[in-house]
Design a protein around this ligand. Sequence first.
Ligand code: HEC
Length: 261
Amino acid sequence: MAKPLRVVTAALLFLTAIAATGGRPVCAKEAAADTGITFETILEVEHTARLLAILLDSGRSVINENQDIFDEPGTSGKGLAPDVFERQLTDMFRSRSGVDLHNLNAGHVPGQAKKLMKELVAVSRHVVADVQSERNPSGKPGRFIPAIFGDRVAALFTERTGVRMKQTTLAPRNVANAPDSTERSALEFFADPSYPREKPIGETTAKSGIFRLMFPLYTTRRCLDCHGEPKGELDRTGYPKEGLKLGQNAGAISVIIPIAK
Ligand code: HEC
């Protein structure tokens, strides 16, 4: 495995803070004096980033499951009304995160997450509604696939909220998805089959005031149509397949959130 990542989850940051004071435990208030950021804040931001990553990935999965509708000749995605998409997204997100988007006050969801998740749902819905004005090239499958959905949603979401989201992998098809050094280190962890499933890697950079989360993605059966075997064979979008197997890590969603002090 390559160089160890500066993994700074809230818990580890706490340990770092303890070490820095010569073993004397520091409370959140004391830590705040150094960095301007409390542990509570970091825990909340981490929780928020994780929910956003699961929500974007849930949207990708809903697109994946409805791929046939987006591939139909003529206008793309006409058979998937935005309301139906949103219902499927809500169901998928609830089953994966345990959070009900229609009842956000029921669970322990940070206030920041509530606002951002509503915006992410609105943006996802907008992208799905918008694609219906696009026409598929005649005789060819549609261009609207999970990664394109993810790109469009992430771009619009960043424009509206300042929170950055990106789909990345070690050997990307699209250079725009190439990992930076932090993302690369996390992806190397995720690629190890013994790495715990769905365990994100978080990092706080107190100086620049940002929190980063890398959330691993895994292949479902339908991803394998394009990313599966045989390796090197061209998929229907014209890219060589990666030779991935069912359930294997397929990259990550990277989330970058400014920390409000
Ligand atoms: C119809 C074929 C197709 C399917 C199905 C598909 N992908 Fe992709 N995937 C692509 C293409 C094409 C790109 C590059 C898109 C672009 O140009 O940005 C891509 C990009 C990605 C990326 C971003 C990194 C990169 O290589 O640029 C990830 C991560 C990814 N796919 C994972 C998945 C996962 C996980 C699934 C299943 C949920 C999936 N894909 C389903 C074709 C597909």
